[in-house]
Design a protein around this ligand. Structure first.
Ligand SMILES: [Zn+2]
Length: 322
């Protein structure tokens, strides 16, 4: 591991020196931290992987809370390699698996919670993934406008689940829910109902200094909603979380997060009017003083090796496209 890091450092050092003085903020995006490897979710880090991610963040970057980072960015006083850690959706493992590691490395974080699934709910994508995970070797989804699928190993199951997710992701909410309900009805086991955080876990995160942010109620593709409906999703989610934690929410994350595909410019205004101070997207990159506070970029390297992970993170920090 040491060799990888040294190699990464030798490549990036000249870049770091060339861009010294430019103040960039990297915002990492995570969803889950898994207790152990899940063949259906290979891109989600395990506790062990998240531990070395945070070890690198702690040793090679300056981790800041979103509030502190934005305050320093406004003043033009962002430190070198400033970084924030964020989680989307509100998974229970943010509290049970990620929080102990964040505490270990003393790294602030923000967790954006979609309130419609907390306390025993399940996000639609997890219903699909969990159903395919426990399925036999065949599933027929032609009834809901999909295909017949066969799978005989973990890799083919993962591929099928991804195919289904991609096909129904941008369907109208009711149309998608219909397909997901049908898929769930074919589940060969009881699906888990403890994937998302409880009120108590949200309170535990908040008590540990983690910022809680808004992420709508039902995690809709906002771009598909009219303004009134989008506002309802944004405001109701905010109010619900404020009731749980007893304080104002300051930050918001757009579900899915790509401008145009997932949210519209007009909805940025709705987020501002709802009383949020800033918002994050899923557009890759870094933010700087002149960035739109309501469309801050995020980025997390996907590499499974620490040297490459660090290299990609440093290159992103210096706005070098790979
Ligand atoms: Zn999300």
């Amino acid at each position: 591991m040491k060799q990888c890091i040294l190699k990464a450092a030798s490549v990036t050092l000249p870049l770091v020196l060339r861009t010294k003085g430019k103040q960039h903020l990297s915002i990492l995006i995570y969803h889950r931290v898994l207790p152990k490897y899940d063949f259906m979710r290979p891109s989600e880090p395990t506790i062990k992987e998240f531990d070395w991610h945070m070890s690198l963040v702690s040793r090679c970057f300056t981790p800041l809370s979103l509030a502190r980072a934005l305050e320093l960015m406004d003043r033009g006083e962002l430190p070198e390699n400033a970084i924030c850690v964020t989680f989307d959706d509100g998974y229970a493992d943010n509290e049970s698996c990620a929080l102990p590691i964040l505490k270990k490395w003393n790294i602030p974080a923000t967790v954006f919670v979609a309130t419609g699934f907390i306390n025993g709910g399940r996000m639609w994508n997890d219903t699909v993934v969990e159903t395919i995970k426990c399925a036999g070797e065949y599933i027929d989804l032609r009834k809901v406008g999909l295909d017949e699928y066969t799978f005989n190993d973990s890799q083919s199951k993962r591929i099928v689940a991804q195919k289904i997710l991609t096909k129904i992701k941008h369907r109208e909410v009711e149309h998608r829910a219909e397909a997901v309900d049908f898929i769930e009805s074919l589940a060969e086991q009881l699906l888990p109902n403890d994937l998302m955080a409880t009120d108590q876990q949200i309170l535990n995160l908040e008590a540990a200094g983690v910022e809680i942010g808004g992420h709508t109620v039902n995690h809709p593709i906002l771009a598909k909603l009219n303004d009134r409906h989008a506002q309802q999703e944004i405001v109701d989610g905010k109010k619900h979380l404020e009731t749980i934690i007893g304080k104002k929410l300051r930050y918001f994350a757009y579900p899915n997060g790509k401008l145009g595909d997932d949210y519209l410019e007009s909805q940025v205004r709705i987020v501002k009017e709802a009383g949020f101070e800033a918002a994050v997207s899923t557009t890759w990159g870094v933010s700087a003083r002149n960035s739109d506070r309501f469309q801050l970029a995020r980025f997390t390297p996907w590499d499974k090796r620490s040297g490459k992970f660090l290299l990609r993170l440093l290159l992103n920090q210096k706005s070098v496209k790979l």
